[in-house]
Design a protein around this ligand. Sequence first.
Ligand code: PEP
Ligand code: MG
Length: 955
Amino acid sequence: MSARKATKKKAAKKKVARKKTAKKSARKQASKKTAGKKSTSKKKAADKKAAAARKSAKAAAAKAASQRKVFSFGGGKADGHAAMKEILGGKGANLAEMTSLGIPVPPGFTISTEVCAEFNRRGGRLPSDVKADVLTALANVEQLMEMRFGDPERPLLVSIRSGARASMPGMMDTVLNLGLNDATVLGLAKLADERFAYDSYRRFIQMYGDVVLGVPHDRFEQRLDAAKEERGVDNDTELTASDLRRVVADYLQIVEETTRAPFPQDPLEQLWGAIGAVFGSWENARAIAYRRLNDIPDEWGTAVNVQSMVFGNMGDNCATGVAFTRNPSTGEKNFYGEYLKNAQGEDVVAGIRTPQPINEASRAEDTKYLPTLEAEMPKAYKQLVAIYKRLEKHYRDMQDIEFTIQDGTLWMLQTRAGKRTTGAAVQIAVDMAKERLITKEEAISRIEPNSLDQLLHPTIDKEKAPEVVARGLPASPGAAVGQVVFSAEDAEAKAKGGAKVILVRTETSPEDIVGMNASEGILTAKGGMTSHAAVVARGMGKCCVAGCGQLVIDYERGTMRIGEIVVNVGDWISLNGSTGEVMLGQAATVMPELGGAFSELMRWTDKIRQLKVRTNADTPQDAEVARSFGAEGIGLCRTEHMFFEPGRILAVRQMILASNVPDREDALGKLLPMQRGDFEGIFRAMDGLPVTVRLLDPPLHEFLPQTEEDIQAVADSLGRSIGDVRHALESLHEFNPMLGHRGCRLGITFPEIYAMQVRAITEAAVAVSADGVRVKPEIMIPLVAHEKELQKLRKLAEDVIAEVKRENPGTRVKPIIGTMIEVPRAALTADRIADHADFFSFGTNDLTQMAYALSRDDAGNFLPDYVDGGLIDADPFVSIDADGIGQLVRLGAERGRSTRPNLKLGVCGEHGGDPASVRFFADVGLDYVSCSPYRVPLARLAAAQAAVGRAESLA
Ligand code: PEP
Ligand code: MG
């Protein structure tokens, strides 16, 4: 049975949208001169000519822009803008936009994503026209900064950063301070100070050595540690200018030893090297892994941003930080961020030093006593506040910003839509709609339906929680209970084996993402709310406690110490990502209370959507949960699940093994009151709402014992011989349980079974309606392939209903009778089947399996090789295969309604809980989808998004 269920084991691979720019052809169209009709008026002709000239000038400009590969920004002017993410990447597009808005951005230029593909195609060589354009753009930066690249007096230094269309935090490479060499370092020393100049040079050699020349990072680190040891100091900041000068000399030697060539002194050679390395890093293993996890197409490529350096590490009047325009964890409307004084950008996100809060609202337990940016640099803070407000209003979304303050002057280095938890996403969308920054429709469209799962996840049950042994930052909410692992590889391996693990690291790095994804939660000893662990965990919807300073991790021994407590690899711990608490053992969890913004958003979705959302539920408990999530009825109650309960299965087996009708009726007589009781409970729970009960569907052998022991026990308790039971087992066995003797065919060969079930449904309805419950029973006949099957079984059901009504005069109960459309023939002959049906419910699980004529594996996966190997775009058991199975649904709906225009249409396969499929069913014009209780909210949201999309396309 379980193998037949469309278990949602795998996330569907999103179809890669390969939109070949429609714009291009529109542009072409615009430039085509249309043959004008003869105009009677000369003026008209002249106007037309002028308009055509304007048009072709515009088209020429657009064409020039489309051929451009290098886009400058700076001094209030930019070649690009925010809508050009496809070719400028997110970072480049937003740097251009901020520049045009008059926000202070260090000047620079972006080399387009199109060059990335070309670069990698040409085996790592930049096309010469791009090189020429880079030099022109560089000259522009020199002019704006009044500095020159490689100039020993006023050397221009640049940063080289990646920037893809979708944010891929930390996955690709960056080089800072480029342009330094033995000569320019002296110029920088004169402009700033000597210590700073040599510190910048050693950072540059280290980064360039690592990223471009492939010198192992450790070799530099060891040398730096040795320098600190010689001096007897702990921090880099305590090294003097002459210490650093020696470190630089040694670094240069390390490079020469490793690469057998001197460190490049020519700034242009450095520039080409760094640009190449950043383009090349699109193909590094961690970037590829991140793309797989996030469905980012390989062909997108990254852009490269070359930008004039500004320094947050030039003294105490300098700082660097990151901030969110609203709280990314809760969605609260508070400017929220962290900064480090006298530090370079990467230091904040790397989680090496614990950053300070930018304001009071950003304080956490471990930053309670640290001074804020607001207090330390009030002027720059005020300017930052004005900028963040402007950016949020301009982009109409929560922004994640990076800034640097050099000598008290504020510079913006980045803005982008901030990653947030689902809770925060809902809060922000609702708040922004109320602030009239966005419409309710936009608020609805902004929430990814699948992410609602995160909100429905359990949280730690505070009443029963174990003692808290450590506390860190509440970096990503939720609860995580798992066994400790200390490496991403271990996390991945153990999770594959079915274990629940919590990844514990001093700090995480981009290499860890696959392991992080495999873990229940993440715990780090270092790093703030914007550390790699925190940002990535929030994006993944994973619980994370970051910066838990009490942890002392010993990777070699596989232990972590919290004071006196020693936790070993494999020990259970629990995390509360909403409070930052760490507990030993397995904490109990509870379902979250859903109120506030979530309820409000859900109310909006209900007003907008046309598609109703029902649930698949077999028990009153499930029905109640689903109702609390907003289910508007039951679309599928699988009666066979009730048969498996202990205390019933024996009667079921007696019914199956009966060799004559009286024996069978005797067994059914035992089952009748039990089924009636089940239905009464469900009808009560769904008071006022429709309940579709499906008559018995699976092949009977599924109810029979399988092991020798069970066979013996069944034979004993029914007073039958083992041979009898075995014989029944063999004769009922289906080679392909999908087909054969099941569904309505059982009803035809054993009409007593269906008669008993119809009686139980009708009697239950009569009983509860006598108590004032508004009951709307719908009887559903499964697996119909031919209209005559339905005709016959409908007659049987109608007769039983009439009989029960005669026995209960005056009852107003009126069950309706319909069928599932789950056999391809039924979809094709839906017009004839509709003659005998009050409703159809598409059983897309069976429909998919039968139309593909292929089975799933034991885990419920559909031919993983097909999906992973790219033979088909997506697993058709997750998202409806719109081109094939979807067409059967469309056709069935159209043909059914051609016979009965008011035919009620629904779907109760697993696809009813998949957002992309829900949108498809809305388009087909079904009346409802039915899905498991926990997917009801996301189906409501997906249905509303379908309605919003349609409203937009009609406009
Ligand atoms: C279906 O086939 O889609 C369906 C809902 O029925 P089941 O999964 O119970 O076979
Ligand atoms: Mg089915």
